[in-house]
Design a protein around this ligand. Structure first.
Ligand code: EPU
Length: 335
């Protein structure tokens, strides 16, 4: 375990910004993490795949790169298997491995950038499935004491792109291992229109988990920019939820409003649609802008700074607020 000084963070996060950290250390085991924590200069930033963060400044303390690997079937019965994965495993590689094991549950979450350890923090989700649907429990280290604590499903308080690790326990724990409950005879989820359309175009009537994974990969590639080509952190904002009263006001003013009804009479509104209506889709401002295929994704066209991207995000949110009276909240972690 080596502490590097004045280290570039450009390769370690998906916006690809030119930022540095005063100290940088890579850990490959829980034991190394414990040692690294004891020796680190604060403030400490735990970094997985760096796929959900916007760094607006150089990091003044220590970045700990979580690289604990390992994946295995931890227990199983006739119907299910619990798999265990180290926080430093790449998420998509884990998904592919579960397909090889003929275990269903993660196929809709194919190709999401990032690491396994970050997945529960924001309860990653796509195409009708969220991590909460397959989550069993996780192990996390208390950053102050170095003690490992087990969090079961209930104690994670999962919500839409949310968990206890973004709220009450923000900055208090390092997730080290994640355990997921997968199915041996899965019922695939093809409820999301684009998946259904793609599979039926191919004449597939009884899709396997591999078919669904392939469809999801195809849809993602057609809409979302590859961070290796164009820096980005996926959806920059959450899709806002509005109350029943607010929905009525919006529908009167904007009869074509796209919305997904919620049980309380309110609705979730796709932020990408709101942003597009305000004229930002595909528009470049300096070195940043809203992606041409998905305006909810802010991109770095090359040479952008974190502050430039953040200023653009605020500009976009302000114009959505002025046009629709709806507040957009960042989904990415702005540091
Ligand atoms: N839309 C537009 N213009 C745009 C973008 C979207 O009109 O520029 C409309 C689409 O036509 C569609 C609706 O908005 O009617 C929803 O779009 P999409 O299906 O692309 O999904 P999203 O709501 O924009 C969410 C997640 C994505 C996830 C997709 C698919 C959030 C914040 N984002 O996006 O997750 O992949 O659904 O399930 O909930 C991420 O979290 O980083 C992410 C990419």
């Amino acid at each position: 375990m080596v502490f590097l000084t004045n280290h570039s963070l450009t390769p370690y996060h998906t916006f690809g910004l030119d930022v540095r950290t005063a100290f940088f250390v890579e850990i490959k085991s829980t034991e190394e993490l414990r040692h690294a924590l004891a020796q680190s200069t604060p403030p400490i930033l735990l970094l997985g795949g760096g796929s959900n963060m916007l760094l607006t400044r150089d990091w003044p303390g220590t970045v700990i790169h979580m690289m604990e690997k390992g994946r295995e079937i931890s227990s199983e019965n006739e119907e299910e298997a619990i798999i265990a994965a180290g926080a430093g495993e790449n998420w998509h590689e884990l998904v592919l491995w579960t397909l090889d094991q003929h275990l269903g549950g993660l196929e809709n979450l194919s190709l999401i950038p990032g690491s396994v350890g970050a997945a529960p923090i924001q309860n990653i989700g796509a195409y009708g499935v969220e991590l909460t649907d397959v989550f069993d429990h996780l192990e996390a280290m208390d950053l102050e004491t170095g003690v490992i604590r087990v969090f079961d499903h209930d104690s994670c308080h999962f919500g839409y792109r949310d968990s206890v690790f973004k709220n009450e326990y923000k900055g208090k724990y390092a997730i080290t291992r994640v355990f997921l409950r997968l199915k041996k005879n899965p019922v695939v989820n093809t409820g999301y229109g684009a998946i259904r359309d793609l599979l039926s175009q191919e004449g597939i009537t009884t899709p396997t988990i591999r078919d669904v994974s392939r469809a999801v990969i195809g849809i993602r590639r057609s809409k979302l920019p590859d961070p290796a080509v164009l820096g980005n952190a996926g959806s920059f904002f959450k899709n806002p939820e509005v109350s029943a009263g607010e929905l009525q006001r919006l529908l009167e003013a904007f009869p074509h409003l796209i919305h997904y009804p919620l049980p309380d009479g309110g609705a979730k509104i796709p932020a990408g649609w709101l942003i597009e209506q305000c004229g930002w889709k595909g528009k470049r401002v300096g070195n940043t802008g809203c992606h041409a295929q998905q305006s909810l994704v802010l991109v770095n066209y090359g040479g952008a700074t974190g502050q430039e991207i953040w200023a653009h995000a605020q500009r976009v949110a302000q114009s959505v607020k002025e046009t629709f009276g709806v507040e957009l909240m960042a989904e990415v972690n702005v540091l």
